[in-house]
Design a protein around this ligand. Sequence first.
Ligand code: TYM
Length: 355
Amino acid sequence: MDKKEIVLSGIRATGNLHLGNYFGALSKFVRMQEDYDSMYFIADLHALTTNPDPQQLHCNVKNIIAEYLAAGLDPEKSTLFVQSDVPEVSELYLLLNMHVGIGELMRTASFKDKARKQLGIKTDNDNDGEIEKEIIGSDSNKRVNAGLLTYPTLMAVDILIQKAHKVPVGKDQEQHLELTRRFARRFNSFYGVELFPEPTNFDFGGAPIKVPGLDGSGKMGKSEGNCIYLIDDEKTLRKKVMRAVTDEGPKVPNQPVSQPVQNLFTLMELTSAPDVVQHFRDAYADCSIRYGDLKKQLAEDILKITLPIRERILEIQNDDAYMGRVVRLGAEKARERASKTLREAREIMGIRKFY
Ligand code: TYM
């Protein structure tokens, strides 16, 4: 058991899980728990960076526990816990921040993106100067909280405190992982130690994925309003897929595929059998495709994956006693490793007792 590599990942408690979370993260968690020493958690502290309603945050945590279990995470095989149940994380977050540069945090894509939204800056071209001016400008009542800036430090600590080797995440989290490796290297070399391993993403040999949304634009995301949720009922899900953005259809054979239609093909590649995908690709190439048929098939194939999960979510979500047992046990295990690493880090940094 001890020789197995450690896998760790988490999902923010910001709402129900969607197909992006499922294919980018959760489905990999389930597969990896068979072969690794696996730890998966619910990132409630990270959710605080966008100042959620307290009652809603609490509900989100419980919903995600139910969704983890319903998707196949097994408390006998994985350690499942809530981030805030491991207070050691918060202390190491303070310690590690002493080695993190404000500049490198401000240059992180996710920070710039969220800061732009909070400040109401519309454009997404490279307006870093404008963001900095707005952030520092004291006469503004708009505010970007410091927790948002140090989000990557907290994520690095989640990973480093468990000394994880592999971190299954979607493509959008790669920059955060790169920062985690940098912080680990920096700490190790500053103190001349080998405390933290450098973690890598993991995708069963494939490239990390970005699941697209149904609105023809970029990625599926909770704040984009373009999601299919694991908890969606049959009718809602079919309606969403049938309303997905497409185009006027190919006019000449082998015409390049537009972004909205490519998005549907990408979803299909994740959910349908290869011969089904090929059938629709061929129909697109010879201009005989009917998007209505493609959408019907896509909805069918997504439902095959999500409906059984939905049924289990409904069974589990009201069983507070069961969910409570699972995360209490998970927190105990997570704290064991975390407190050992924290002790080591304190000692290395010179936070020692003389009495
Ligand atoms: P969060 O909640 O934004 O996303 C959770 C996981 O879902 C993946 N994901 C996607 N993958 C592919 N396509 C999409 N459209 C899509 N949308 C979401 C994300 O890549 C992620 O893997 N910072 C993390 C939470 C976290 C964490 C950690 C992860 C906190 N500490 C330590 C790993 C290790 C996050 O933003 O999750």
